[in-house]
Design a protein around this ligand. Sequence first.
Ligand SMILES: NC(=O)c1ccc[n+]([C@@H]2O[C@H](COP(=O)([O-])OP(=O)(O)OC[C@H]3O[C@@H](n4cnc5c(N)ncnc54)[C@H](O)[C@@H]3O)[C@@H](O)[C@H]2O)c1
Length: 307
Amino acid sequence: MKILVTGGAGFIGSHVVDGYLLAGHQVAVVDNLSTGKKSNLNPAAAFYELDVASPELGSVFAAEGPDLVSHHAAQASVKVSTDDPIFDAQQNVVGLLNVLGACVKYGVKKVIFASSGGAVYGEPRRLPVKENHVLRPGSPYAIAKMAGEHYLRYFAQDYGLEHTILRYANIYGPRQDPFGEAGVVAIFSRILLDGGTPEIHWDGEQRKDYLFVGDAVRANLLALTKGRNRAYNIGTGQGTSVNELFQALSRIIGTSVKPRFGPKRLGDLRLSYLDCNRARRELGWEPQVALEVGLKRTVDYFRNVNS
Ligand SMILES: NC(=O)c1ccc[n+]([C@@H]2O[C@H](COP(=O)([O-])OP(=O)(O)OC[C@H]3O[C@@H](n4cnc5c(N)ncnc54)[C@H](O)[C@@H]3O)[C@@H](O)[C@H]2O)c1
């Protein structure tokens, strides 16, 4: 297949690009490098440094003629969205609409959309949360992801543009930005390896679902041909507290440093983990990398890159 990956210089998108290339597909990347890095780019993919909201996006579609678009480009920080909801909507709503318009104009068959299972449901009423749970997004970032899902449904209905929505859990692994607002595994790994003291927000007993990035890549491969016009939770089904993550990383790194505790952040949730049985049944997907193994791989990566 010819696949265009937006956000392909970012953390998850770059691994998705690698996965598609390994499976023999032809890949092009659109990324404005706002948080992505050139060093993440796979040289076997064509690269266009461009904003997804740009009027020039059509020329990339005209040149590449993709069969499928994997839309990973986004402003991915809840904190940035609460600080500046207009910026968030420009990137995550208007950017998506520009991509969908180009898909229709240039005959793309399908879009895979990186949504967020940790965001669109809000504070879940039942755990683990299923896809049919009411959507009560609790931040501008989450509202934009939910709007994106509705736009996809609309484009399927009126234009026949197919989609698969992947509602990711908290994804972690190599290449995640350790200096970003989110990505607790990367942030703690970097600080602990450098001998510093991480700050735990709230009391650290908030429990989320942490999935290794390689498992998210496999969902993206399966979604090339499966999951027509459906949304899937992509996580482990297990809640892990920030305190447990801190302890596991300390053990792997071999440090006994004590964390500092700081205030709760706006938009943060107490409990959120995902029921992934729909993905198991319909995509044949399930997580394969145990938390301890994924954390070790992530620490190994951060040991070998310069801080
Ligand atoms: N990391 C997670 O745990 C997680 C969880 C749920 C959903 N997601 C979603 O997955 C996707 C990838 O997230 P990530 O963690 O890899 O973040 P990331 O910031 O590493 O990747 C986003 C990429 O998109 C690019 N980008 C941002 N705005 C752009 C724009 N307007 N035009 C072109 N490129 C743009 C950035 O430069 C970056 O390379 C995002 O859509 C995010 O919302 C991530």
